[in-house]
Ligand binder design. Structure first.
Ligand SMILES: Cc1cc2nc3c(=O)[nH]c(=O)nc-3n(C[C@H](O)[C@H](O)[C@H](O)COP(=O)(O)OP(=O)(O)OC[C@H]3O[C@@H](n4cnc5c(N)ncnc54)[C@H](O)[C@@H]3O)c2cc1C
Length: 406
């Protein structure tokens, strides 16, 4: 077992961990980022970079570089309804330099953040480092033990941050249990090709609902990324029908995909994404802080999880850089991170839950309905200037705007 020492040990190289490690390193804090995988290319976890994150990347000089990555843009979805196409919101009116969602492969974003962090001598990236234990001294977390190809290692630190996602090992080892609010849906995720006569989605995304299923599509320039939303637990029955059953159900919702779905020939092309959400009552313990999905697992509704994880990282870096440089981080300072972030998280999770319960769950149960019927109140709401921009503003910029303090 090799002993190493650092100021801050960040467990998990997802959006939260990578951003926190970069922000601390550029302020001169000694920081080690531990990621259990050997690369960033793994199961799908979203690739939406919202205006709030683009603004943060701009503040640290990375906005141009993120726009150079393979990307496409969404400004608002076009929904297929009983009364024709309907655009519930658009980001293009928002007061921001980046009035759109940038779709970027998450592995490219994480590579960009960690490559940037490597420019700072105080940063250390440990790939293939699977954290298995917390080091505790007199009730205070003082680092981690991790397994890598060459054996078990010990990394001691002033502060340990669990940014290791929804199934956080660090959280479990700390004895912190999240309150789960599992929403009633799963998502099938697959690609369909762009064809000559294609779907018209001027805002970069389309959506439709019929016969108890929901289809969403995102324009990725060279293909359509499709989300097929199904009731939780119904995957086995769908699979038993064979891939032709899936093709039929997609076309039932969106007949314009009839030719596209012919390319779906094997279940290997389809990923099942299990959706859950929840949050911890307490995000910290002496010597330890949880951020991102480890503190509050986000459902994919609105595609905001990455952005909330990044905002947690910014707030943690703003509040903890000076204490880390001074060599003393108190529990009160860790509590302050939770205090600043827990209300924005609670509000967005409440909105997600309402949307899931009222819109998505009822759409999934409505076997007889053949298309979305948008209530007149919603149609009126989306026409009132000021009011119509509140939901997209919360989704795109967060409940509270977060800035990097240099
Ligand atoms: C089906 C689905 C679709 C989603 N779609 C979107 C979307 O489109 N847009 C969006 O914004 N959000 C989306 N989300 C939510 C989003 O994925 C999360 O909110 C976001 O990834 C949280 O970032 P994070 O850094 O906290 O955690 P994660 O991204 O989960 O990163 C955690 C990292 O920790 C590593 N790790 C775990 N355990 C250990 C260990 N013991 N030792 C070392 N490393 C470890 C993992 O390998 C991982 O790299 C989706 C979620 C789901 C489930």
């Amino acid at each position: 077992m090799t002993d190493q020492v650092t100021g801050c040990c960040v467990v998990g190289g997802g959006p939260a961990g990578a951003m926190l490690a970069l922000l601390l390193a550029r302020r001169g804090v000694r920081v080690a980022l531990l990621e259990m995988h050997h690369d960033f290319d793994r199961e799908f976890r979203g690739d939406t970079v919202h205006p709030s994150t683009l603004e943060i990347l701009d503040q640290i000089g990375l906005a141009d570089r993120v726009h150079e990555l393979h990307n496409s843009r969404i400004s608002g979805p076009t929904l297929l309804t009983t009364r024709g196409p309907f655009t519930p919101f658009t980001l293009s009116r928002l007061n921001t330099k980046y009035p759109y969602i940038l779709l970027v492969h998450q592995k490219d974003l994480l590579a960009l953040l960690t490559e940037e962090a490597k420019k700072y001598p105080s940063f250390q990236l440990l790939m293939g480092a699977n954290v298995t234990e917390l080091i505790r001294e007199e009730g205070i977390v003082r680092g981690v033990r991790y397994q890598s190809n060459d054996g078990l290692h010990e990394l001691r630190s002033l502060l340990t941050v669990g940014a290791d996602g929804r199934f956080s090992r660090v959280r479990h080892l700390a004895g912190i249990e999240p309150v789960r609010t599992s929403p009633p849906m799963d998502v099938l995720w697959f690609r369909l090709p762009h064809l000559g006569e294609d779907i018209d989605a001027p805002g970069g995304a389309f959506g439709g609902f019929a016969h108890g299923h929901i289809v969403g599509g995102f324009d990725r320039k060279d293909y359509w990324q499709i989300a097929f939303v199904i009731p939780k637990g119904s995957y086995a029955a769908l699979r038993a029908e064979g891939i032709e059953g899936l093709r039929r159900q997609i076309v039932d919702v969106e007949s314009r995909l009839a030719k596209h779905v012919q390319t779906l020939t094997d279940w290997q092309q389809v990923s099942l994404l299990s959706v859950e959400s929840g949050r911890c009552r307490q995000w910290y313990a002496p010597g330890l802080l949880l951020i991102g999905d480890a503190a509050h697992a986000m459902s994919p509704v609105g595609g905001v999880g990455i952005n909330y994880a990044v905002q947690d990282a910014v707030v943690a870096a703003n509040l903890l850089t000076k204490p880390l440089l001074a060599g003393c981080v108190t529990t009160g300072q860790l509590r302050a991170v939770q205090s600043k972030r827990q209300w924005p998280v609670r509000i967005i999770q409440a909105l997600q839950t309402q949307l899931q319960k009222r819109v998505i769950a009822s759409a999934l149960q409505a076997q007889e309905e053949t298309a979305l019927n948008i209530p007149w109140l919603v149609r009126v709401f989306t026409k009132i200037p000021f009011l119509r921009d509140i939901p997209p503003r919360i989704m795109a910029l967060g409940v509270v705007r977060v800035r990097v303090e240099n």
